[in-house]
Ligand binder design. Structure first.
Ligand code: UD1
Length: 364
């Protein structure tokens, strides 16, 4: 019997590990698949709700690390994860995405000569000011199995000298989760609860430091959202980082009535909000992919994306952080001047986790 530990830490990790867990459950006789939660995200609505809705079992290990500076958070995860590995000595660990938990756990495991599989490997924004880009580059450099979601990832890894026998284009586990949960998503009553109708509202999310850690940028974005909220209700579930900055910069008072600022929303309801929106405004990574799969227009408020397939094939528009451009892009999509048809990227078919698990079972 082989033992594999998958690591989750922050909100975007849970829906990536869920399909892997369900796939290994089909091979219970040969693989004991365990889940370790670092505790990077810890609120009911940033963490627990995802376990409940995705039907994930309670984590086998909880490191309870919580917030802190990057160094504090990464170091605390490393110290606690080393204890788990010393006790459990798994045959392999799986890390997903690009958060601090991803690099912290892969670094510990690799130095203990425990093989590491990185799911969502190879993505590059080429912006080394993003903490996630550093996490991605370092994790890929030391991983033994690199599972890639889109062709650009394979090219990036080739350029970085990763040999062909370590990298595999397998598709997108986040889309596996979305497909698996579509029936529940169809049954969500979230539109009713917000008193909104299909394609009559905008969904906004913002949490990147470049947009929300600076008073001028955050104020300008809020003003633009207020302006467009006069014609379309805007639902804006707020990340804890952004919420803290609304307070720090004293911005709560400028939020208009039609700009509905609320707490983070659970997975099923949130995907339902994506699926039915007229337009999405975001700086998230995962939402660029989910909107492309659901063929909903998405404006990404960043200068770069590590997910270029969503621009090349999907419905994502990379519009940068210039406020006039954002304003113009919102109007162009809403009055149908700039609509992308969009096609679903290759291998985003709900079977990425199956490909990953088969490859690992063959090799460990
Ligand atoms: C992290 C990831 C980012 C990912 C995002 C998704 C890193 C470097 N960044 O950013 O890639 O897109 O998660 O959400 O790993 N907080 C709470 N409650 C929580 C979680 C966080 O209040 O449940 C607060 C923390 O106190 C902290 C802030 O939110 O001040 C940011 O949390 P942190 O884990 O540092 O990074 P994120 O901005 O969430």
């Amino acid at each position: 019997m082989k033992k594999i530990i998958s690591v989750v830490g922050a909100r975007p990790n849970f829906m990536k590990v869920a399909p892997i867990h369900f796939e290994f459950a089909k091979h219970k006789d040969i693989v004991n698949h365990l889940i370790c939660h670092t505790g990077q995200h810890y609120d009911q609505n940033m963490s627990n709700v995802f376990f409940e809705e995705l039907e994930l079992p309670k984590p086998d290990f909880h490191l309870g690390v919580g917030s802190g500076s990057h160094a504090q958070q990464t170091a605390a995860i490393m110290v606690e994860f080393e204890k788990v590995l010393n006790r459990e000595m798994p045959d392999l660990i799986i890390v997903v995405g690009d958060v601090n938990s991803t690099i912290a756990c892969s670094l510990v495991a690799r130095k203990m000569k425990i093989p590491v599989a990185h799911v969502e490997a190879g993505l590059r924004s080429f912006d080394r000011d993003m903490p996630e880009e550093i996490n991605r580059i370092l994790t890929d450099a030391i991983s033994d199995y690199l599972f890639v979601s889109e062709p650009s990832g394979m090219e990036n890894l080739k350029r970085e000298g990763i040999s062909d026998d370590r990298k595999y284009l397998v598709g997108n586990v986040m889309i596996d989760s979305l497909i698996r949960n579509l029936p529940k998503i169809e049954n969500s009553s979230i539109l009713k609860r917000f008193n909104i109708t299909r394609e009559q509202y905008i969904l906004a999310t913002l949490h990147r430091p470049i947009n929300v850690d600076n008073k001028t940028s955050l104020t300008e974005i809020l003003e633009i959202l207020n302006k467009h909220a006069q014609n379309h209700k805007i639902i804006f579930p707020v990340h804890p980082r952004t919420k803290a900055n609304f307070k720090n910069f004293d911005l709560e008072k400028i939020i208009s009535q039609n700009l509905i600022v609320c707490d983070p929303i659970g997975y099923i309801d949130f995907i339902s909000l994506i699926k039915n929106a007229a337009l999405i405004i975001t700086d998230s990574g995962g939402i660029q992919e989910e909107s492309t799969f659901l063929k909903v227009q998405c404006l990404t408020l960043r200068e770069n994306t590590e997910r270029p397939i969503t621009i090349e094939l999907g419905t994502n528009h990379l519009i940068g952080t210039n406020i006039e451009n954002i304003d113009r892009a919102i109007s162009s999509v809403l009055n149908s001047q700039q609509i992308k048809e969009g096609t679903i990227p290759p291998l985003w078919d709900g079977k990425a986790a199956e490909r990953i698990c088969n490859k690992l079972i063959e090799n460990i």
